[in-house]
Write a protein that binds this ligand. Sequence first.
Ligand code: KG4
Ligand code: ZN
Length: 334
Amino acid sequence: MRILSIESSCDETAAAVVEDGRRVLSSIVASQVEEHKLYGGVVPEIASRRHCEAINGVVREALVQAGVGLDGIDAIAVTYAPGLIGALLVGVNFAKGLSMAAGLPLVPVHHLRSHIASNYIAHQELEPPFLCLVVSGGHSHIVEVTDYTKMKVIGKTRDDAAGEAFDKAARTMGMPYPGGIHLDKLAESGDPDSFKLPHPKVDGSPYDFSFSGLKTAVINLIHNAAQKGGELPKADLCASFRKAVVDSLSDNFIRAAEDMGYKKLVLAGGVSANSLLRRRISEECEKRGWSCYYPPVSLCGDNGAMVGAQGYYEYLSGNISGMELNARATMSIE
Ligand code: KG4
Ligand code: ZN
């Protein structure tokens, strides 16, 4: 079964053609990041306008590169939640129009579910059940994936998402948006033990995260040094900050797996590209004889292929929408 999939939840306009949820025939991503960089973050109004301009060409190119016309497509999958509402609406309305015109079933896909599904493309043998750490610019969740379309959130952030914390710390250090990747690169050459930063825990909720205190601690360190006319060793600060975030993610994730008896652990979302997080979870799993999966960096960020992968399993479970489908800015992964 071939699915044409569309993603427009944030600042990437993306489309792909995916066969049977696992084989990517084409994947096109048009990023708006260069424009948002000017403002230090995503400007929702600009994002919606750029999606409008890009979507026709991106979807057409996905079909051309896959070597199929709409007559070779069996369903259309689209990200409908969560995300920037104006951005989501562009993809959803385009998909609705195409579905009606071509007489194809319309499959709504949850953005975080699709991040998890990027692993089905990268690891053909991977099947639920497993425990997944979904970490992106907007979310940090520990999710029990009991089946392709059955999930339960057992831990989440109480304030900032991990990606948001990375981006804000990086921005304060003068790095361009989105700063997570730059902070990660610079951290490789720094000493992670040079700054003592808070390792926040949420009382009574051992699997929940909190990153805002850590973020504020780093911002205060930088501002205090600047007020005294000094500058902190940036690589060391990056390394210390990255370690504090990864310690928190890893401690809770591994503890949850131990408590719940999961031996198959999966990472997903933009922050799963973080080199220390990948190394740490791999090591922790290896020590215990567990298996560990994460997507290649090319599939960690937002893309259309992951929507096609999850769309296939949503379709099989009967999750098909009519023309009443609407975009939603927030929605639980469950
Ligand atoms: O999943 P994603 O592409 O978009 C959302 O759904 O939010 O995640 C984007 C987030 C950004 O905050 C970005 O800085 C972060 O993922 N990110 C990283 C790295 N690469 C991307 N954070 C830390 N280390 C990285 N290597
Ligand atoms: Zn995302």
